[in-house]
Design a protein around this ligand. Structure first.
Ligand SMILES: Nc1nc2c([nH]c(=O)n2[C@H]2C[C@H](O)[C@@H](COP(=O)(O)OP(=O)(O)OP(=O)(O)O)O2)c(=O)[nH]1
Length: 382
């Protein structure tokens, strides 16, 4: 199973908190340059989320989106935040999902005025379709009355718009008059996703003011927290759906690449008494070597090094998620170091570390069996 997370980025602390509080025991993942991500599953759900805070503005959003994509190879990138509504039919607390993101500041300044040079990123078709499905089901709001979800363009620039009559307001009305909401990060994340093989990206905004001079009042009335709670609920429902689709896709890909179509019959285990059975399977994918002779390891240090390499392969193949992989490697490192300093009479600490590894990889039977063999070897030395 592919357990790549979905990256969710936010600009403001109130936005970050709205997602974080829905994660089950999030674990910190520190980038070497100091960026902190928190990774955890959605409480009561299956989807793994890698959450990041990028601050205000398209530039830092783009740089940190690139960093998150490189770090997690996510299935999709979602941005959650607040925005100002640009049309009066959009109410405070409504959710706006971007079908396009306009970078509205692009242009050329000439003798006869400023000319628009629009740059636009379109949401990926599959993600857009899925987001519309989530909006239709209406159960994303957790049983309460779901706020309206609007699909349409979002304008992303470098200013907070808090006026209906300013030059910026006029510019947007004139050139981007179908934009539903305005914000400051969507263009940055859309650009980063585009540069990463057009990774699916969805920008979801909760409307916390009307971009009309009332922002101070609506901020005081806590509309940022209220609006982003709605956007976060919608985004997490979308993330679960995206992750579910990705699993379906991976499953059907595995079926498509299955080997011989003859191997659809039943495999019956006829082994008796002390016979050892290596593999029982109806269908086997990929190259598998089955041997009647099994060479037991004799050197625990080498056996642990070999196991570390196989853990890495299992992570790459998506059999182990990142957190489990890291925890198992840490225990293996403890076991190796302890082996170097412990006398044969006291192998308890090594065995304990290996038992923890066995617990961590229990879902991957072949790895758990390998750890069991090493434990037996270590116990035989004491
Ligand atoms: N509600 C709302 N959000 C906006 C607007 N423009 C805009 O960029 N945003 C989004 C994207 C930014 O990440 C963030 C900016 O809002 P903010 O409350 O931090 O703005 P500000 O800088 O004026 O706030 P402050 O720190 O001075 O109080 O909200 C807007 O006009 N209304």
């Amino acid at each position: 199973m592919n357990d790549s997370p979905i990256v969710i980025l936010t600009a403001l602390d109130v936005e970050y908190e709205a997602i974080r509080e829905k994660l089950d025991v999030p674990q910190v993942r520190r980038h070497p340059q100091g960026t902190r991500f928190e990774v955890g599953r959605i409480r009561g759900g299956k989807c793994r989320i890698a959450l990041g805070l990028v601050g205000k503005g398209n530039q830092s959003a783009a740089v940190l989106a690139e960093r998150a994509i490189a770090e997690f190879s996510p299935v999709a990138l979602l941005f959650v935040g607040v925005a100002g509504a640009l049309h009066t039919h959009i109410a405070l607390g409504d959710v706006v999902v971007a079908t396009h993101v306009y970078a509205f500041h692009g242009g050329t300044s000439e003798d006869d005025g400023f000319k628009s040079r629009p740059r636009v990123w379109e949401a990926s078709h599959g993600a857009d379709q899925l987001a519309r499905h989530v909006a239709r089901t209406r159960d994303w709001a957790g049983g309460g009355r779901a706020p309206e979800v609007h699909f349409g363009p979002i304008a992303a620039g470098e200013v907070v718009l808090n006026s209906r009559v300013s030059g910026h307001a006029h510019w947007i009305r004139q050139h981007y008059n179908d934009a539903l909401a305005i914000e400051m990060e969507g263009a940055g994340v859309a650009q980063a996703a585009h540069l990463n093989k057009s990774l699916p990206v969805v920008v979801v905004r909760g409307v916390s003011d009307g971009a009309d001079g009332t922002k101070e009042t609506t901020d005081r009335e806590q509309w940022q927290a209220r609006a982003v709670a709605n956007a976060a609920a919608f985004t997490l429902a979308l993330a679960e759906n995206l992750a579910g689709e990705e699993q379906d896709r991976a499953r059907s890909e595995a079926n498509d690449t299955k080997g011989s179509t003859d191997m659809t019959g039943t495999t019956r285990n006829v082994a008796k008494d002390n016979a050892r059975v290596g593999v029982q399977a109806g269908q086997v994918y990929g190259g598998i070597h089955v041997s009647s002779e099994r060479t037991a390891p004799t050197d625990p240090t080498k056996a642990i090094a070999g196991l570390a390499a196989r853990l890495q392969q299992a992570r790459t193949a998506g059999q182990l998620d990142e957190d489990t992989y890291q925890a198992a490697q840490a225990e293996l490192a403890t076991a190796s170091e302890t082996l170097l300093t412990t006398t044969p009479q006291d192998m308890g600490a090594v065995t304990l570390a290996l038992k923890k590894v066995r617990g961590l990889v229990a879902e991957v039977a072949i790895l758990a069996a390998e750890v069991g063999t090493i434990i037996a070897l270590v116990q035989g030395l004491s």
